[in-house]
Design a protein. Sequence first.
Length: 211
Amino acid sequence: MSDSKGSLKSTFWNGVIPENPVFRLVLGMCPTLAVTKNAVQGVSMGIAAMAVLVFSNLFVSLLRNIIQEKIRIPAFIVIIASFVTIVQLTIKAFLPSLDESLGIYIPLIVVNCIIFARAEAYAFHHPPLHAITDGLGMGVGFTFATTLLASIRELLSHGTVFGVRLFPETFPGISIFDKAPGGFIVLGLLIIAVNMVTGYIHKRNLLKAEG
């Protein structure tokens, strides 16, 4: 039992930092850069993608012994598209302003390489509980990345985070961070920072193991 819990914990944590889909695997760049102008957009896109990740992973895992190898890719697309449609209609019904804000990027979750990659590389080869945990970990990692990126961009361009003013009213804002070039700059710096920290931790763990 303890081994199983440890394995699930490792699977979850793997998606949050060691194989973070944005900072470590550099996947899903289109929504990561397009809908991270403010923190609300960042966290909303992350949660939407996480919901699709968890449920698509679950159903791919449940059906892995039924889906034939040669039709697995069309099957994955149908499963993912079904949950994207559910998420999109739910947002349209209960959060119409958010639906307008995120626009085309909600239906484009269907072709998000993070979700398809987890279905192909993990969920299709593991039991449901592990597949759910993997989807949750990757979803949390993606949400963490989009929220952090969006918060920094909003702070530098408007002086606020989640609409709460952190810089004085006199702060003029740096307009480039509200545009695509600013997104690339912040994302690049975050990737460098995360990789430096994870590299240091990995090196320290190796030294501990050797010593």
